[in-house]
Design a protein around this ligand. Structure first.
Ligand SMILES: [Zn+2]
Length: 389
């Protein structure tokens, strides 16, 4: 299930109180196919930080995701750990965090039998502390280099070399591949070899926002663990209890997070996240008054930035314009900018907002299929409706 679908299930099914007799289930049917698969991201660092030992119901120290944790706990209790797992869910919801916690638990020596992995990490043994500090020699992270478009075959070959060697300290050799869909075809095919003939103690932990982005041959050799969006209430409570955010600010961040705890944590820790968001929305609001040349200049400038984040933000924005134009302002995510949402809704209307949502989804798909980012953004810029300055 896509993240926007979950969002809708939460927003509309649990909050099914239409205004002026409007049936929100009808609206839901209309919007569902359009805003499917919205994803997210953003960047780091504020004075606040996560209070590690406060009030967590379990030792995994993860907000929400009880179902996913339960699957892993049962695997550990039965001592039936598989050689590969794929954590699937929207960006910034905690997939990589859960992969690290699972790795930590697999290596933890604080259980009743130090030879066996306990059902949850102790957070205090040497192995736990090393994984938490990112310096356990048996936990390897393979990710796309910032200056590269893909995870490359050389990185997967290095993984295979490491996998064939003896583990150094722990009982397993663990490889975490966040955003495994970023492997190019050569790298993905190379990884298949490891999945087909796994070394006995090797565990691969992959993450992706959408299982459909991976080869079916890879999917058939991993256990998928689905992860869902959190509710605003879960996020707000976590921000207040674990990050010591004031209730009012916690409510705003929780709404803007749209179910993504990772994004909420970043926004709580780094005030630049919210100011960047405001700047990006200002840019978005300015596009309708730009001429063609100015739009192309902007496309060039934006193509050098983190386009995934930008498109996600814009998608959520136009989704909110659609909701506002449909009389459902109370269901919008950008709760701190409702005046601008009302203005855009009055200026552009439902049909144009719907076109923009489709256009942004097309742009994101093109970029995933390796269309030049600048060209994809130029096409998108031309789709933005015009207004006189
Ligand atoms: Zn431990």
């Amino acid at each position: 299930m896509s993240y926007i679908q979950a969002q809708y299930d939460r927003d509309i099914c649990l909050n099914n109180r239409g205004k002026e007799g409007q049936c929100k289930n009808k609206l839901r049917k209309k919007l569902f196919p359009i805003v499917r698969g919205i994803r997210s991201d953003v960047s780091l660092v504020r004075n606040r930080c996560f209070c590690y030992h406060s009030g967590m119901a379990h030792q995994w120290n993860i907000v929400g995701h009880e179902h996913a944790i339960d699957i892993l706990r049962r695997t550990l209790l039965a001592q039936q750990v598989r050689h590969a797992y794929l954590f699937v869910g929207p960006q910034r919801i905690g997939k990589t965090l859960l992969a690290h916690r699972f790795a930590q638990t697999l290596l933890c020596t604080g259980g009743p039998d130090p030879q066996l992995a306990p059902p949850e990490p102790c957070n205090s043994c040497l192995a736990c502390r090393k994984v938490l500090h990112g310096n356990h020699p048996d936990v390897h992270v393979i990710e796309r280099a910032p200056d590269k478009q893909f995870i490359l075959i050389e990185q997967v070959r290095a993984l295979q070399d490491d996998a064939s060697r003896r583990k150094l300290e722990g009982r397993r050799n663990i490889f975490i591949i966040p955003n495994a869909h970023e492997m190019n075809p050569q790298a993905a095919n190379c990884l298949l070899k490891t999945l087909e003939e796994p070394e006995p103690d090797v565990v691969l932990l992959l993450t992706t926002p959408d299982a459909g982005l991976l080869l079916p041959t890879i999917l058939s050799r991993v256990q998928q663990v689905a992860m869902q969006l959190l509710t605003s209430e879960q996020i707000k409570a976590a921000l207040e209890q674990q990050w010591q955010v004031e209730p009012e600010e916690a409510a705003t961040i929780a709404a803007l997070a749209a179910g993504r705890m990772g994004w909420a944590a970043l926004a709580a820790e780094d005030e630049d996240v919210l100011s960047e968001r405001s700047a990006q929305l200002e840019t978005l609001a300015s596009i309708p008054t730009l001429n063609k040349v100015q739009r192309f200049d902007l496309a060039q400038k934006l193509s050098a930035e983190k386009v995934d984040d930008l498109l996600e933000l814009w998608l959520l924005w136009w989704r909110d314009v659609m909701l506002t134009a449909s009389g459902c302002l109370d269901l919008t995510i950008n709760i701190d900018m409702r005046d601008l949402l009302k203005r855009h809704s009055a200026q552009f209307g439902l049909a144009t907002a719907e076109q923009m949502v489709r256009s942004i989804l097309r742009t994101r798909e093109s970029i995933e299929q390796n269309v030049n980012v600048r060209v994809a953004l130029e096409v998108l810029m031309l789709d933005v409706p015009a207004l006189k300055a």
